[in-house]
Design a protein around this ligand. Structure first.
Ligand SMILES: [Mn+2]
Length: 317
């Protein structure tokens, strides 16, 4: 339970664990939208900001939402940018999910009451949030526009990802104007540079910065991603990362653990595999060749669209 500022009447709005820019900004923007519509909503985060998100909030002059680690049973929650319990606040099944705004596959979502659910197959939660503003006839506030713009650029890797839709491109054009961002390309490159400036971040932190756990049939896999403009830096730390992955796999009782290193500018994915069993699965599922714990996944840069569905199909057969 949180401290004295917790208000039992309010709705807690949050994105997934190991939050990315979309998870954080969607919580901020959706909480503001719900407040403008008369609901007592408060944004939260379920983890530390990554370097890109820290840059986005700093440039926007916005404080990070407070960290949330648990809520009393029955609390009202609005989920953004996720819906699966494995990616959410521990104990989600005991909470009252009143709203979901998401662009991922539907997982094990359960609600105790009729809920407001909005799922669109677009590249970013922010693209849906923009639609919700327009549908409600509410003007987009410039600060929210800046946050949503950042999220779409982040999730779509500025339209490089195959998850990108026409709606995401239109959203960026509209939001950039409202936010007063003149040079979208330069802004996106600055975001990606901030994300890639990993310094001496511990390997265990790098592994978990963009990390999700998925049930695949009877198996449980961890799939991490490092999107970077400087893959050489990441592979320079491959031995450390591998040790962190082996430790995590043991501690979490996972059946498989892989870490995709996505070269944003060249649009390639070289994935570090924890061991032989992961290499065998990627070999069969993707026809990927693994050399020295690195599987070449070619141009499959989207975990959501190109990695997870293939693994899911592989384990289903
Ligand atoms: Mn997202």
């Amino acid at each position: 339970m949180r401290g004295p500022r917790y208000n039992p009447g309010m709705t807690a709005v949050f994105g997934h664990l190991n939050p990315d820019t979309d998870a954080i900004t969607a919580a901020l923007v959706y909480a503001n939208l719900l407040r403008r519509q008369g609901l007592d909503a408060t944004p939260y985060r379920l983890g530390e900001l990554n370097f890109e998100t820290a840059f986005v909030l700093r440039e926007a002059g916005v404080d990070a939402p407070e960290l949330l680690t648990s809520l009393p049973e029955g609390s009202a929650v609005a989920l953004v940018d996720h819906n699966e319990s494995a990616q959410s606040l521990p104990g989600l099944k005991g909470l009252n999910v009143t709203h979901v705004v998401d662009h991922h596959r539907l997982g094990d979502l359960e609600t105790t009451q009729p809920a407001t659910l909005r799922f669109d197959p677009v590249g970013c939660t922010a693209t849906i949030l923009l639609r919700l503003h327009l549908e409600a006839n509410l003007p987009v506030e410039p600060l929210d526009a800046r946050l949503m713009l950042s999220a779409v650029l982040s999730d779509t890797l500025h339209f490089r990802s195959p998850t990108t839709t026409a709606a995401d491109r239109e959203a960026v054009a509209f939001l950039a104007q409202v936010a007063g961002v003149q040079d979208v390309t330069a802004y996106a490159l600055a975001m990606f540079a901030a994300k890639s400036d990993l310094g001496d971040t511990p390997a265990s932190t790098l592994l978990k910065m963009d990390y999700k756990v998925f049930p695949f049939g009877a198996q449980k896999w961890g799939v991490g991603v490092i999107e970077t403009t400087n893959p050489a830096y990441v592979f320079g730390r491959q031995a450390e990362l591998l040790a962190a992955m082996q430790a995590e796999k043991g501690v979490s009782g996972l059946d498989g653990l892989v870490l995709s290193v996505v070269d944003i500018l060249n649009e390639t994915n070289r994935t570090i595999v924890t061991g032989e069993s992961e290499a065998a699965v990627l070999g069969e599922a993707f026809a990927a060749v693994t050399v020295d714990h690195v599987a070449d996944l070619g141009d499959r840069i989207s975990r959501k669209k190109q990695i997870v569905p293939t693994l899911e199909a592989y384990f289903a057969r």
